[in-house]
Design a protein around this ligand. Structure first.
Ligand code: GCU
Length: 608
């Protein structure tokens, strides 16, 4: 076909405009499991690289910043078999299972903190009119990703998903994916170097190759309007060029079948009046089938609808005051001492919480697996979701703030359709300074700009003088809850002194105690004056629960913690052996005496 000069220019202009017209910045694909995926889970070869020699030359300069972008060991890793002096060769290396942290799969890796390279070979049959993305559920902590020897990019943050579009780097048939992971803790990262949990490194969550049409449904938010059960409010965002065709939103059980015309940016916003809707709550966690479609793509989801708000010292779920019977937990399977890896072990954790009598869980101290939130939706558990702004973060460092804000934003974007999440927490036990108040205050503002349908909180700092606990952390003025950790009977005083405690809480807000408890070695029995015995922990719970019941405005508790968990800070060779023993259940699944005290308390506690 011949184009005259003018029409060529016009064609070029239209192409540029149409590209600018419909192309827009890409957020992460919402609901990965609802897409067409090739799972890249399974067996990955790995190379331990403590001196990072696969990435740095002998002058400590990154190979991929050198002129040629190649050289030495780097080629062996990113382009195996392409260089003669192969000092690395994945083919002769052992393997790690993905998903799964690297520390719990080999004894020699238990304490490993450093660089480790993964390689996964996979076959793919490419289709012309499709787009392809590599999606990681999470990799702790810093990861550099290479596909067929070409660098895709870098991600920082050990608990949130990330993706790269890879259509231009995939080849028909055999492909290989290489991931350099570095789980070294660093002062200016998020979290910083000191945490009371194991620094599990590696590809800890699912990896998928996602196939989408050229234009597809990239993101959507479908929830009730803020504290208003009379309308569903949200948006749908398309990726690619879609022109004028309509997008359909269906919620069959609600007889919703609406068509919308996307705007120039492929976005649709809507407010749909609803009359008879069954609201989601822990007793009846109703989820609706939702379908979004247009000519080229369709995606299904299961979404619950509920409202959450505060009124004075009450937390209102669907307009009714609720008491949150909670428990805290880490993302760790105590029976293996490693990150939770599948629906099976996540369901185990949440079943333990349900069996305890909980309607609420604190998923500490970082964003948990998306599957955990989908299970909480299904099983009826309210959720406190949190980012690892924990203890002594580098408050003055701009990069640190950007990192924290990114982890928070990605977490909210990923989970915004999960009815179970009612609280976004911006951090835990952070020392009060002006710089910290600015840092965390900005995070609070960020949450509210992204999602005004949920509560915003943090585990605030407290002061105590003798038996008086004062809660007056200025950050609390920006938050919806007066939420804090308190360790009467363990770090502060003996269990028998707990009845003397009182609380001076300076906020007219609902009070949620986000941690209390104490340690016990399961099976160690003695009198209730002997630390580490089950009886000592049991007395903490008996007296804590009595004492907290006197706190005006107490509307929720998440005792610390459901199960014993690994921590490099817990060395006592008799009682701990690198396990934090505050669990109500041991790392062998044994319920300690305190478990039954809390279970009985919840059985008799009204949720009103
Ligand atoms: C702190 C902290 C927890 C920690 C707990 C403990 O409150 O928030 O992450 O594990 O105390 O000392 O066991």
């Amino acid at each position: 076909m011949y184009l005259s000069k003018n029409s060529t220019l016009l064609f070029a202009f239209i192409m540029v405009m149409s590209f600018n017209f419909n192309s827009f910045s890409q957020k992460q694909i919402q609901n990965i499991n609802g897409r067409k995926t090739l799972s890249l889970n399974g067996t990955w070869q790995f190379i331990i690289d403590p001196y990072k020699m696969g990435y740095l030359d002998y002058r400590q300069k990154p190979f991929d910043e050198s002129a040629s972008g190649k050289g030495g060991f780097y080629d062996n890793i990113t382009n195996p078999g392409k260089t003669k002096r192969a000092e690395y060769n994945f083919d002769f290396e052992p393997s790690l299972t993905v998903p799964g942290d690297l520390n719990s799969q080999y004894e020699k890796l238990e304490f490993y903190e450093g660089v480790l390279w993964y390689r996964r070979n996979f076959k793919v049959s490419l289709k012309e009119d499709k787009r392809y993305f590599i999606h990681f559920g999470a990799v702790n902590y810093e990861s550099h990703i290479y596909l067929n020897g070409k660098k895709l990019g870098v991600n920082k943050g050990g608990f949130t998903p990330f993706q790269f579009e890879v259509g231009d780097k995939l080849v028909e048939g055999d492909n290989f994916l290489v991931v350099m992971v570095d789980n070294t803790r660093k002062k200016d990262e998020v979290p910083t170097i000191n945490t009371d949990w194991w620094n599990y490194g590696g590809i800890t969550r699912d990896v998928n190759l996602v196939e989408t049409p050229e234009s597809f449904i990239n993101d959507y938010k479908i929830q009730l309007a803020t504290n208003d059960a009379s309308k569903i409010k949200g948006y749908i965002e398309l990726e690619g060029s879609v022109g004028e065709e309509s997008v359909v939103l269906q919620i069959p059980e609600l007889k919703i079948n609406q068509s919308y015309t996307p705007d120039a940016n492929g976005k649709v916003s809507f407010e749909i009046p609803v009359k008879k809707i069954q609201l989601w709550n822990p007793e009846s966690p109703k989820l609706y089938e939702v379908k979004i479609s247009f000519s080229q793509d369709a995606v299904n989801d299961k979404i619950g609808f509920r409202t959450i708000a505060t009124e004075g010292k009450n937390i209102l779920l669907n307009g009714e005051s609720i008491f949150m019977k909670g428990i805290a937990m880490h993302d760790e399977n105590p029976l293996i001492g490693g990150r939770l890896r599948s629906e099976g072990d996540m369901r185990m954790m949440l079943n333990w919480a349900k069996e305890l009598g909980c309607n609420y869980v604190r998923l500490a101290h970082y964003t948990h697996n998306e599957t955990m939130l989908r299970l909480a939706d299904e099983m009826g558990l309210l959720v406190w979701s949190e980012v690892p702004v924990y203890w002594t973060i580098s408050w003055e460092n701009k990069e640190t703030y950007k990192n924290a804000e990114n982890q928070l934003s990605v977490s909210i974007e990923r989970d915004k359709n999960r009815a179970s999440i009612i609280i976004w927490s911006v951090g835990n036990e952070t020392p009060v300074t002006e710089a910290r108040n600015v840092f965390m205050g900005n995070l609070v503002d960020k949450v509210r700009s992204l999602d005004d349908t949920r509560l915003v909180a943090a585990a605030l700092e407290v002061e105590f003088d003798g038996y008086t606990v004062t809660v007056d952390d200025t950050l609390g003025e920006k938050l919806d809850l007066a939420s804090f950790n308190q360790y009467g009977g363990w770090y502060w005083s003996e269990p028998k002194e707990l009845p003397k405690f009182s609380f001076d809480i300076k906020f007219n807000k609902p009070v949620v105690i986000t941690e209390f408890g104490g340690g016990a070695l399961a099976g160690f029995h003695a009198d209730d004056d002997t630390m580490w015995s089950e009886e000592y922990q049991e007395l903490i719970y008996i007296n804590q629960l009595k004492m907290m019941d006197k706190i005006d405005g107490l509307r929720g508790i998440t005792p610390w913690i459901l199960v014993d968990f690994k921590s490099p800070r817990r060395q006592n060779p008799v009682y701990q052996n690198f396990w934090n023993r505050k669990g109500l259940i041991s790392n062998t699944g044994v319920k300690k005496k305190a478990y039954f005290i809390l279970q009985e308390y919840y059985r008799n506690k009204s949720v009103k």
